[in-house]
Design a protein around this ligand. Structure first.
Ligand code: ADP
Ligand code: TYD
Length: 219
């Protein structure tokens, strides 16, 4: 018998890389194909996410260790919340697409703290749910800064060229460190949104097929 397995896809990249644009395009495509799609994001819109956003918009101050800890809590609630948590949505038959997940923590907090500590601090989340695919949209930090500054007036906590250069390096360090545990697809974000979206659709259709076949064979 064929079991239906809903995909959990995480979009990753430095600020302004086009994650929201691509997550939306992929969601629309999957809906057109007849899937039920739940789109979500981190930091979330929960009370913990609000504290984080206050820190990013300079309304509150916090140490890097505190920020990393807040993301650990925000992510666990994102997964485990009984009404709209990711695990519940997957169980209810949704394909779940998230704009950022734990690789964001590894990269953004790994730029300031020990990455191994950050990975360990997120071990509960990784144990609960690993993405079927992490999609990393690759752009240079210079383009990222251009997009961020042309899009709005003020900059958030981590949005400096120096920090984004470091964060990008940390993403690649995390991908190398976790290459045996994680599926990562890197796509060139310096192209038009349509070309990037086509690349992602292609990868997802290969993945859906592979998941279907392997679930089918193990039955
Ligand atoms: P993120 O969610 O990674 O911050 P967004 O999708 O919000 O990124 O995009 C950031 C800005 O860059 C937006 O103004 C968006 O319209 C623009 N943008 C997104 N994708 C592209 C692209 N492929 N080429 C040029 N600009 C883009
Ligand atoms: P987001 O709203 O996705 O910003 P953008 O659309 O500009 O990429 O994320 C806000 C900030 O949160 C972003 O600078 C990255 C940071 N962040 C962390 O520092 N750690 C995390 O675990 C996550 C999920 C995000």
């Amino acid at each position: 018998m064929t079991k239906k397995k809903n995909l959990f896809i995480a979009f990753e990249g430095i600020d302004g890389s086009g994650k929201s644009t691509q997550a939306k395009l992929l969601s629309e495509h999957l809906i057109r194909e007849g899937h039920q799609v739940y789109f979500t994001f981190e930091p979330t819109d929960s009370p913990i996410g609000s504290i984080i956003r206050n820190i990013f918009t300079h309304k509150m101050e916090a140490d890097h260790r505190t920020i990393a800890g807040l993301f650990v809590a925000d992510r666990l609630d994102h997964l485990l919340n009984k009404t709209n948590g990711i695990l519940k949505k997957l169980e209810d038959g949704y394909t779940v697409i998230t704009d950022r997940y734990y690789f964001s923590s590894y990269a953004y907090h790994g730029a300031h703290l020990s990455m191994d500590w950050v990975i360990e601090a997120n071990a509960l989340s990784a144990g609960l749910l690993r993405p079927d695919l992490n999609i990393f949209i690759e752009i240079t930090p210079e383009i990222s800064m251009q997009r961020i500054t042309s899009g709005r007036g003020s900059l958030e906590l981590f949005e400096t060229l120096e920090n984004l250069i470091k964060v990008r390096e940390m993403y690649y360090e995390a991908f190398a460190k976790l290459k045996l545990q994680e599926k990562v697809f890197i796509t060139d974000g310096n192209r038009t949104p349509e070309l990037i979206a086509a690349d992602i659709r292609n990868k997802i259709s290969q993945l859906s097929l592979a998941t279907h076949i392997s679930t089918h064979q193990s039955d």
